[in-house]
Design a protein around this ligand. Structure first.
Ligand code: UDP
Ligand code: MG
Length: 322
């Protein structure tokens, strides 16, 4: 067993990608909250291939406070992968991922921990409002949650990011999920356990720019849907059956009409419409097949999820990422 003084109660995971302007203020607020709780803690920061001096700042903080630990990725792997690495490396009894840009108020950690102590395994923080985000982003986010909820039986709470508290047993469960395609919001829900939520107002970013453009968000949405639903694949059989049925009825009608009224030459427009419509449907269905097949391809390659260039502050040896 690990000696008592090495026991860590709460681990914080901070994925950082070009977050230099936020680092100082983040630690100031985070540490004052954690110190006020009088618990043992660690803060695992993942430098996800930042091009600015995020790493240097993190190292400076690590030297001042050894509870701050750093994983430096070999390149940018994306937030979902950074979170996965964080889960692999943390050892706390409870684990809380938090954004580096202070959109998730660190003060909320107190409430998360209180709920955890009441006996919940997962306490997620749901956004009551999203400040500093455009109308379009809020609208598309809302639609996404609505659609994914229709497509999958896994209950993914709407307006809930990765900011949540997870008990050690939930983290161990998550670590067992081998997939490369990591849609964390979905995986967090998929594992189940005793879950509850608290509400908060999402603040605007402290400094810097969001790392997501609409193309990346669209891809994240596709990733979420393909990882948690095979309905888009299955639906084509039904669409196919309906169209063949309609075509059969229409064909019978044409044959009978020709027999009764004789050969009728015009019909170019309806022919074109039918051909184009069916062609388009086939391309869409092929595209959807491609989305899934591409993901199968990614999984069978079995590449490690991430590569760590160097780490700071970890005492224990980790074998992960294959
Ligand atoms: N992030 C990351 N890797 C990336 C993109 C983002 O680690 O490739 C981190 C980023 O540093 C921040 C968090 O993920 O701590 C959320 O990113 P961001 O604030 O840009 O997303 P938004 O809040 O706009 O959804
Ligand atoms: Mg943000």
């Amino acid at each position: 067993m690990t000696p008592k003084k090495d026991k860590i109660e709460v681990s914080i995971i901070v994925p950082c990608y070009n977050e230099a302007p936020n680092i100082d203020y983040l630690f100031e607020r985070l540490i004052s909250v954690l110190e006020s709780l009088k618990i043992t803690y660690e803060i695992v920061c993942i430098n996800d291939g930042s091009q600015d001096n995020t790493l240097q700042l993190l190292i400076a903080h690590h030297q001042k406070n050894s509870a701050i630990k750093i994983l430096n990725f070999s390149r940018n792997f994306g937030k979902e992968i950074a979170l996965t690495a964080g889960l692999d490396y943390t050892i706390g009894d409870a684990v809380i991922p938090i954004d580096a840009d202070l959109q998730d108020p660190p003060e909320l950690i107190i409430q998360l921990i209180n709920k955890w102590r009441e006996g919940y395994d997962v306490v997620y923080a749901t956004r009551r409002s999203r400040q500093g985000e455009t109308w379009l982003k809020q609208f598309t986010a809302h639609k996404f949650y609505e659609i994914i909820q229709r497509l999958t039986p896994v209950k993914i709470p709407p307006n809930t990011g990765d900011f949540r508290l997870m008990d050690r047993k939930v983290v161990e469960a998550l670590k067992q999920l081998p997939e490369n395609n990591r849609f964390m919001k979905g995986l967090f829900s998929w594992v189940g356990y005793k879950q509850t939520s608290i509400l908060y107002d999402r603040k605007p970013r402290f400094k810097g720019q969001t790392k997501w453009n609409y193309w990346q968000l669209w891809n994240l949405a596709i990733q979420g849907i393909t990882a948690f639903s095979s309905l888009p694949l299955k639906i084509w059989s039904y669409i196919g059956i309906s169209i063949s049925l309609i075509s059969f009825i229409y064909a019978s009608f044409l044959v009978i009409r020709t027999l009764v009224l004789g050969i009728d030459v015009p019909g170019y427009a309806s022919l074109m419409v039918a051909v184009l419509f069916l062609g388009a449907m086939q391309l869409v269905s092929l595209g959807i097949l491609g989305e899934y097949l591409g993901r199968v391809h990614d999984e069978v390659k079995k590449r490690p999820l991430y590569l760590v260039r160097e780490s700071y502050g970890f005492k224990h040896h980790i074998n992960t990422g294959e």
